[in-house]
Write a protein that binds this ligand. Structure first.
Ligand code: MN
Length: 498
């Protein structure tokens, strides 16, 4: 059974005020969803409770946990916006509304729409915390996917794999990303899933037993060196990521070396190097396999020292060494930055870290070609340059970046990425010069509109064209993008010459 204590104990130390707020949200959501059941037959409330629990585990602030409890009250329980605002305040309402809006965007399994959808998601959410709530919501929906009618399962799983997991990746939330992928995997590739599971599970078990033995030896040596404050963790490679490797290695599991690794977590950076010294004193490292991501962090900000050693039993093993802080960042990513520090301090956001995150290298396509980094990623990174304060950072995400861009759809679902203030004329020229040069009218969300209408995020825009239509001087006033203005001018010039 769920209880409010399960939530609040994860947020300790917690103020009386926050405790009261969470308790209130808990009862509010319970009442709002009462009598409604999920496909699984359990009360609907369990879903919002589990969502809030993930958020509490991520160390999000009480306000975000409250928003998690309330995230479905507007859409599914018909609660009025004003009620939430009155009882829980503007900030909570803003987050709940954000999640509600995101819930309306659907993925229809068309590959070319995927990148657009991710963009639209990020633009619509307007606040990183909204995205994190949505990820927590999806995490529970995936955990209960088996109860959902068969015909819906695959669409939801694909959406998780193509839209949510990459967003978690982009936000540096490695743990959530891996779990989402592993939960979606069996619904998308059922046969491959079984095959990978059969190959990997015994191997993972065997490797982990070996690593346990290694750690016993290492532990003694660390004590000799007076390194006491050590935590360990076994990194088990996620099934979906093993699948990725297996595909490239003819399904030969013995060629996937990093199926599990021993993690050693210590308090400080200098401890990390001392542990590395001890490890190499006991076992011989494989040349060329020592990676110092502390001195040279990965482009996404990842830090750790990795080394692979000969175990002396004809086998090799990977050891990863990191501090507690590096561990949290690797697992929870941006959540560990916008999160609520248990010390009760203000949320701390390391701007350099966020910048690195959004500066991560261009994505690769399946065939290994480099995809261009989307313009908006660079713009976001640039916009963070001058920011010092965490609050300012969040504000900047809202103002400088998100509200400055419009993502509008063609009737086929392609997304056109435009600056704020763009009109159907800009939209048309961004599709193709031919479309722009022959605009006869525009239909936005199935309504005829004038050509100077300002487009909004998520608008579906249909441009009507006629062979005889031609740009006029007036169009220069309607257009707000350089591209459209340039094309209109060049078309007007051509007309004059002919
Ligand atoms: Mn939900």
């Amino acid at each position: 059974m769920s209880s409010v204590n399960q939530l609040t104990k994860k947020l300790e130390p917690i103020s009386k005020k926050d405790l009261a707020l969470i308790t209130q949200a808990y009862s509010f959501a319970k009442t709002a969803h009462s009598g409604v059941e999920r496909y699984s037959g359990e009360p609907y409330f369990n879903h919002v409770f589990e969502t809030a629990l993930v958020l509490a585990e991520l160390g999000m602030s009480p306000n975000v946990v409250v928003a998690g409890l309330l995230h479905d009250t507007i859409e599914d329980a018909g609660v009025k916006k004003e009620t939430i605002q009155f009882a829980f305040g503007e900030e909570v309402l803003h987050m709940v509304e954000g999640v509600t809006k995101l819930g309306k965007i659907r993925y229809h399994g068309v590959q070319r729409h995927v990148e657009s959808l991710r963009k639209l998601f990020i633009a619509t959410s307007s606040d990183i915390r909204v995205l994190i709530i949505k990820l927590a919501d999806r995490h529970h929906n995936m955990r209960t996917l088996k109860y959902v009618p068969k015909e819906k399962q695959k669409r939801i799983a694909l959406e998780t794999m193509e839209v949510y997991a990459p967003i978690a990746h982009r936000l540096g939330m490695g743990k959530i990303m891996g779990e989402l992928q592993d939960m979606a995997f069996p619904y998308i590739h059922p046969e491959e899933y079984e095959k990978v599971k059969k190959l990997a599970e015994p191997k993972r078990k065997e490797k982990t037993e070996k690593l346990t033995k290694l750690y016993k030896i290492l532990s003694k040596e660390l004590k000799k060196e007076k390194i006491y404050d050590v935590k360990t963790d076994y990194r088990l490679k996620h099934l979906y990521s093993i699948y990725g490797k297996l595909k490239r290695k003819d399904f030969d599991i013995d060629r996937v070396y990093d199926i599990s690794a021993l993690r050693v977590i210590v308090p400080t950076v200098s401890d990390c190097y001392r542990v590395l010294g001890v490890v190499h004193g006991v076992w011989r490292p494989l040349p060329g396999r020592i990676k110092d991501y502390i001195a040279f962090p990965k482009p996404n900000g990842y830090q750790s020292i990795h080394t692979t050693i000969f175990t002396g039993e004809g086998d090799i093993a990977e050891i990863q060494i990191r501090t507690e802080k590096m561990h949290e960042e690797a697992e929870y990513g941006v959540a560990s930055h916008v999160g609520y520090k248990k010390t009760g301090e203000k949320p701390i956001i390391d701007i350099a870290w966020v910048k690195q995150l959004f500066n991560s290298p261009p994505e690769m396509t399946e065939s290994g070609e480099v995809k261009d980094p989307p313009v908006w990623v660079q713009e976001l990174a640039d916009s963070q340059e001058k920011v010092k304060e965490p609050q300012e950072f969040l504000e900047n995400l809202k103002t400088d970046f998100f509200t400055d861009r419009i993502f509008a759809f063609t009737p086929n679902g392609d997304v056109i990425d435009l600056p704020y203030g763009a009109t159907p004329v800009d939209f048309a020229y961004h599709i193709h010069t031919d479309v722009g040069d022959h605009i006869a009218g525009a239909i936005v969300n199935q309504k005829m509109v004038s050509l100077d209408t300002k487009l909004e995020n998520g608008d579906i825009v249909e441009i009507q064209t006629k062979e005889k239509s031609q740009p006029t001087r007036k169009w220069l006033d309607y257009a707000n993008t350089t591209l459209a203005k340039r094309r209109i001018k060049s078309s007007l010039q051509k007309k004059r010459k002919s």
